[in-house]
Design a protein around this ligand. Structure first.
Ligand SMILES: [Zn+2]
Length: 143
């Protein structure tokens, strides 16, 4: 399950932050942004994080997961736009493509065209992969 490897990479970032915080006692809360393009299952991700954090300073911390809709930018004309839920739904219906995007969300750009100029040279501005947005750590000196 892909969510497990995502959880492990998030956890290692959290531990790095914890180890770099003087007087750190435990992690109280983390916030993760999930690009809806990656089609990551938030329930599975949360569960994977809970399992992976057992025995670490993150055990028992609050886990907040938020979805981010993807935003694209055309490299040719500079137009930016969001993918609608319908379009995203259509992509997710193509099982083979959905599987690819789950691992490599950036590859969606190969299946899109700029709605303004028709260029296929497109960047994902946000909402691609999974991002650890914030970590709250309790320290010996208070929060
Ligand atoms: Zn364009």
């Amino acid at each position: 399950m892909h969510e497990t490897s995502i959880a492990l990479s998030i956890l290692s970032l959290v531990e790095e932050k914890f180890n770099n915080t003087p007087g750190a006692v435990r992690v109280t809360k983390i916030r993760v942004l999930v690009g809806s393009l990656s089609l990551v299952d938030p329930v599975a991700l949360k569960f994977a994080l809970e399992v992976a954090s057992k025995g670490t300073p993150m055990e028992g911390s609050e886990i907040e997961i938020e979805f981010v809709e993807p935003v694209f930018k055309c490299r040719k004309c500079g137009h930016t736009w969001r993918l609608t839920r319908d379009e995203l739904g259509r992509i997710a219906e193509d099982k083979a493509l959905a599987q690819v995007l789950h691992y490599y969300p950036d590859l969606i750009t190969e299946h899109l065209k700029c709605p303004k100029c028709g260029s296929r040279d497109i960047d994902i501005v946000e909402g691609g992969g999974v991002i650890l947005e914030s970590v709250e750590i309790e320290t010996r000196y208070g929060k």
